[in-house]
Design a protein around this ligand. Structure first.
Ligand code: ARG
Length: 464
């Protein structure tokens, strides 16, 4: 059944119908479509555009359709073009010609914009909730691993010792910003487009503010052409989703490296790994790899929509039907990942001895030695040079910096003899190098404790 047969003399070709239709995917919007229609009808009655009795019949019909969809009585019959014609067609079939009054003062162009905004608004909130739970788990893990030391890297070269807690908190803050980006995105999603009509508004005296209030929108769109053509809010969401998965892809890369024999820092739980069909010894970090891999598809969905929208003249164009599948795919992918990921982290085994061993090789306290000298008055640049020479000496003699005592340093650097004193080795100990970085945002467990307390409070308030 079609909504627009009047000016046509021929049936649509079957292949064309299938190509043109969106019901196969936009059926997931049925609840929002019906919800928007119910409020639209109530408003039409309130404004005296429809009789109260007509409104009641239409409303009941819509409610029945929703129930029947949910109970599987009504199935999405592919003879309909999209979810809007499906609902309206079934309404008319159920209640007769009065059902034809539902679409008064409305177009599918503002209707589809409404549906997608209602849908995305809910899903953004779902994703935000998953993010908050994930962040809560990260804080719990940070608490657990506050005293676990591992090398921090730059250029994937061992750099300075940090705690695993500090490492996990880095991701906590990345996700917190993602959460906040979504809050900001919501402001632009939560605007009512209904009333824009096909493109120019309508001559019916619709009460858009009433509809906005009933549907809990914060604002009403202020240009009808913009309202039916705007998909920026989806692009914005795509770019946030891309940022989230980019963060998790980096995290995954680390988990993959850490679970390799080469690093051997962690072991992912059996439930989050898979075996090889040929090599019996293998345990592969497939889930982490797949998260990294799915980054491509989430970026792809974003790029697809940017490209689809590029160069579209105002206002609605059928190209815009292509805004949905990528969005649904990104949302499904992200929600699955956000549910799996925290569990993968909570069940992984941390090999703290291996991490500690890695801190003992590679001169991770070289900066601390340079700081030791510069705190005694030597310009840092000069201290850097001396420590560079000390590292070279150690490399040649297969030693670590803390394996030389202050007297040996005095012999190596007679010009700076008075700077090397008996307390030197205390400052080069791993524990000290970590505990001493206690400024705001540093890796010291004392600072980590403060951050965990502060962020737990933020999470509590936000989740409340
Ligand atoms: N299925 C369409 C979409 O998703 C609904 C809007 C159709 N409007 C139109 N004028 N053909 O974009």
């Amino acid at each position: 059944m079609k909504l627009w047969g009047g000016r046509f003399t021929k049936e649509t070709d079957d292949l064309v119908h299938a190509f043109n239709a969106s019901l196969a995917f936009d059926q997931r919007l049925y609840h929002y479509d019906i919800m928007g229609s119910i409020v639209h009808v109530e408003m039409l009655v309130k404004q005296g555009i429809l009789e109260a009795e007509e409104g009641d019949i239409i409303k009941k019909g819509l409610e029945t359709i929703e129930k029947e969809i949910e109970q599987g009585i009504l199935s999405f019959d592919s003879t309909y073009e999209d979810i809007h014609s499906f609902v309206e067609g079934n309404l008319i079939a159920k209640i007769g010609p009065v059902g034809g009054k539902l679409h008064t003062g409305r177009s599918r162009n503002d209707q589809v914009a409404l549906d997608i905004r209602l849908y995305l608004r809910d899903e953004i909130r779902n994703i935000q909730e998953l993010l908050l739970y994930f962040m809560q788990d990260l804080l719990g893990l940070a608490e657990k691993y506050k005293d676990v030391y591992l090398p921090g890297y730059t250029h994937l070269q061992r750099a300075q010792v940090i705690t695993l807690a500090h490492h996990l908190l880095a991701y906590y803050f990345k996700l917190k910003r993602d959460y906040e980006r979504l809050t900001d995105n919501l402001k632009r999603v939560n605007v009512l487009p209904l009333g824009a009509g096909a493109l120019a508004g309508t001559s019916y005296p619709l009460d858009r503010e009433y509809v906005a209030e009933r549907l809990a929108f914060d604002a009403v769109s202020e240009n009808s052409l913009d309202a039916v053509s705007d998909r920026d809010f989806i692009l914005e969401f795509h770019s946030i989703a891309a940022t989230i998965i980019m963060h998790l892809s980096s995290f995954s890369e680390e988990l993959i490296l850490w679970s390799s024999n080469e690093f051997d820092f962690i072991e992912l739980d059996d439930a989050y790994s898979t075996g090889s069909s040929i090599m019996p010894q293998k345990k592969n970090p497939d889930i982490a790899e797949l998260v990294r891999g799915k980054t491509g598809r989430i970026y792809g969905n974003m790029l697809q929509l940017f490209t689809t929208l590029k160069g579209l003249p105002l206002a609605y164009n059928k190209d815009m039907q292509e805004d949905k599948e990528g969005l649904f795919d990104t949302i499904d992918t992200l929600k699955a990942i956000l549910q799996i990921y925290p569990e993968m982290l909570k069940t992984m085994k941390v090999k703290k001895e291996k991490m500690y061993q890695a801190c003992q090789k590679g001169f991770l306290n070289a900066t601390d030695l340079a700081d030791y000298l510069s705190k005694k008055g030597l310009p840092f640049r000069k201290a850097h040079e001396i420590v560079g020479q000390a590292v070279l000496y150690c490399l040649e003699n297969q030693l670590e910096l803390e394996e030389l005592d202050y007297k040996q340093y005095q012999e190596l650097f007679p010009g700076q003899k008075e700077l090397f004193t008996a307390d030197l080795n205390k400052y080069l100990a791993i524990k000290y190098t970590v505990e001493n970085r206690k400024l705001t945002g540093g890796t010291a467990p004392e600072e980590t404790e403060r951050i965990i307390g502060k962020e737990n409070k933020w999470l509590e308030d936000t989740l409340a």
